[in-house]
Design a protein around this ligand. Structure first.
Ligand code: HEC
Ligand code: HEC
Ligand code: HEC
Ligand code: HEC
Length: 457
């Protein structure tokens, strides 16, 4: 069913003879044992391919990291939606790196129209780049199961080109599909996507866009529960050829060929690959597909779909992109939400002779240190007036869920009551009062609304 025709580069010179062989790397090749003795789990390396690979997979030069601190780019610039949590220095450095990674020849004007303000979204490339920033952060934050601490930057895929070397589209309908020989299911048209094997040349749509099952092996000796058709099997093998080729490895990098299905005998890399398939699917469905209306027509595929990512887009022939060298340590801004989004400072308490207003952070019932000091001041007033009582009313802002907010307002009032007790005010002298007016609740996420009011009566 399957003829392994091996790697294109190595085969070109000796095509006729080589097609007879299982693998056809021109000797000498190196083999590295990867499993127990006798399991045949070996990795075949071709030193010539490795040499070419090493040159493709080196890190680009970068400028030094700036000193931490300084104003946030979101406060200084007008239209920074994704990386607004960087300092201005980090942000400017990111744009310089990003230009080197994606558009070194074109420069800033690849994404910013000359003569227009930098905040304008006039060019589609900028809109795409913004989505790419979100995608890169998402991969680095939520797909550590695949990219670990190595992570990715724009360079991982782009390598100094506006369009990454490896992208895929859904192919146009097969011209021969309705011919006398019946549907070829995209087969027998040796395609580089499946390492030139006689397999369906689009193993991507079913697995890296759609979520079809990547299984061919039944659980019983007879074909009772196994409904996988030969065609589906061939698609699975097509994907496996692509995966092996993209990583520059053979099947035993992940499988023990005694049983391709069993996970017990498989290498840890197979689990990493399993997550990689899911990650790639998410990148295609959540990020690239959402740019369908943004890309100009000349960037779309024969059926009008957006360019998409497969294993080769990042790996480019290496078992780890750039052989595992990471740029994230010097670009922490590409890991999403590294720093908690910086919230506006909570206003300090306002304390007068017989009243106080204490403010709280978004969603928090915890008193600020300043707030505790304000309570101490007011507690002194109450202690000095033996007949006085102190009323406590909690408020919340209008954004978010009302029931939760009311609970939050109550918890804020409780926190103030407890702090008063701690400051020597007897519990009987603290009266919890429901707020009389909710006027401040109409203002959305207004820092002045997240408060507790105290009055000495
Ligand atoms: C690959 C596309 C790309 C390149 C090249 C690029 N930028 Fe940008 N630039 C962006 C994106 C995307 C944003 C918005 C980021 C966000 O929303 O978080 C941005 C925002 C900016 C802003 C903030 C403008 C504002 O007021 O909102 C400035 C300033 C800027 N870029 C300057 C530059 C300079 C200078 C260069 C060349 C060194 C450059 N950019 C190269 C994509 C690019
Ligand atoms: C996982 C791989 C991947 C990563 C990481 C990635 N990109 Fe892309 N990028 C793509 C693909 C795929 C396309 C679509 C290519 C095409 O237009 O044919 C693309 C397209 C673009 C384009 C449009 C190019 C054009 O001429 O149409 C820009 C600009 C861009 N990326 C910027 C960035 C920036 C900036 C980053 C880093 C924040 C980044 N990309 C990270 C895969 C990636
Ligand atoms: C980089 C790791 C990796 C490489 C290399 C690889 N595979 Fe796989 N293979 C997987 C993963 C992961 C799955 C399971 C996919 C899933 O369930 O989503 C799988 C599934 C399979 C299955 C289906 C097993 C079942 O449960 O029915 C077969 C068959 C298979 N691979 C054969 C091969 C062959 C043949 C090669 C070499 C051409 C190969 N694989 C190379 C990772 C790999
Ligand atoms: C967004 C970029 C990206 C894409 C797309 C991607 N990978 Fe990876 N992959 C990485 C990075 C980065 C690492 C390195 C992680 C580390 O250092 O452990 C990695 C590591 C791996 C490893 C572990 C290698 C080892 O020796 O430990 C395997 C196996 C792997 N990828 C398979 C795949 C397969 C199969 C696909 C396609 C289904 C894929 N990857 C798609 C970025 C990517």
């Amino acid at each position: 069913m399957i003829r392994f025709i091996g790697r294109r580069h190595a085969c070109a010179a000796m095509l006729a003879a080589a097609t007879l062989l299982a693998g056809c790397e021109r000797p000498p090749v190196d083999t590295v044992q990867r499993g127990y003795r006798g399991t045949g789990m070996e990795q075949v390396y071709n030193p010539r391919t490795l040499a070419t690979q090493a040159s493709v997979n080196t890190l680009p030069a970068d400028t030094p990291m700036p000193e931490p601190g300084g104003p946030l780019s979101s406060t200084v610039f007008k239209n920074v939606q994704v990386v607004g949590d960087t300092s201005v220095a980090e942000f400017t450095r990111l744009l310089v790196s990003l230009t080197a990674w994606v558009a070194p020849e074109q420069g800033c004007t690849y994404c910013h129209k000359a003569g227009e303000d930098f905040s304008s979204d006039g060019l589609y490339t900028k809109v795409v780049a913004r989505r790419m920033l979100q995608m890169t952060r998402k991969i680095n934050t939520d797909w550590k199961t695949h990219v670990a601490e190595t992570g990715v930057t724009c360079y991982t895929c782009h390598r100094g080109q506006p369009v990454p070397a490896n992208v895929w589209f859904a192919p146009a309908a097969d011209r021969h599909a309705a011919g006398m020989l019946g549907s070829r299911a995209g087969q027998n048209t040796p395609a580089t996507s499946v390492a030139l094997a006689s397999l369906p040349y689009d193993p991507f749509t079913p697995f890296l866009s759609q979520a079809n099952e990547i299984r061919v092996i039944g659980h019983t000796p007879l074909a009772t529960d196994n409904r996988k058709s030969t065609k589906q099997t061939e698609y699975t093998y097509g994907l496996m050829m692509h995966m092996s080729q993209s990583l520059g490895v053979n099947c035993t990098y992940c499988h023990n060929t005694r049983s391709f299905a069993e996970w017990d005998g498989s290498t840890p890399q197979r689990a990493t690959a399993w997550y990689g398939i899911r990650m790639t699917r998410e990148v295609n469905n959540q990020y690239l597909d959402s740019l369908a209306g943004t890309f100009p027509a000349n960037r779309l595929g024969p059926t009008g779909d957006v360019p998409k990512v497969n294993c080769a887009t990042c790996h480019q022939g290496a078992f780890k992109p750039m052989y595992g060298a990471s740029m994230l340590k010097t670009h922490p801004e590409l890991v999403g939400a590294v720093k908690a989004t910086v919230e506006p400072a909570v206003p300090g308490p306002v304390v007068s002779a017989n009243s106080a207003v204490l403010y709280f952070a978004v969603g928090s019932p915890t008193l600020t240190d300043e707030g505790v000091k304000g309570i101490d001041q007011l507690a002194a007033v109450v202690r000095a007036n033996p007949d006085a009582k102190v009323t406590v009313s909690g408020y919340h802002s209008a954004s978010g869920d009302l029931v939760q907010n009311q609970e939050l307002a109550k918890q804020r009032a409780f926190a103030v009551r407890d702090a008063l007790k701690a400051a020597g005010v007897a519990e009987g002298r603290v009266v919890l009062e429901k707020p009389l007016s909710a006027e401040a609740n109409l203002a959305g996420e207004d820092p002045k609304a997240r408060r507790v009011e105290l009055a000495v009566k």
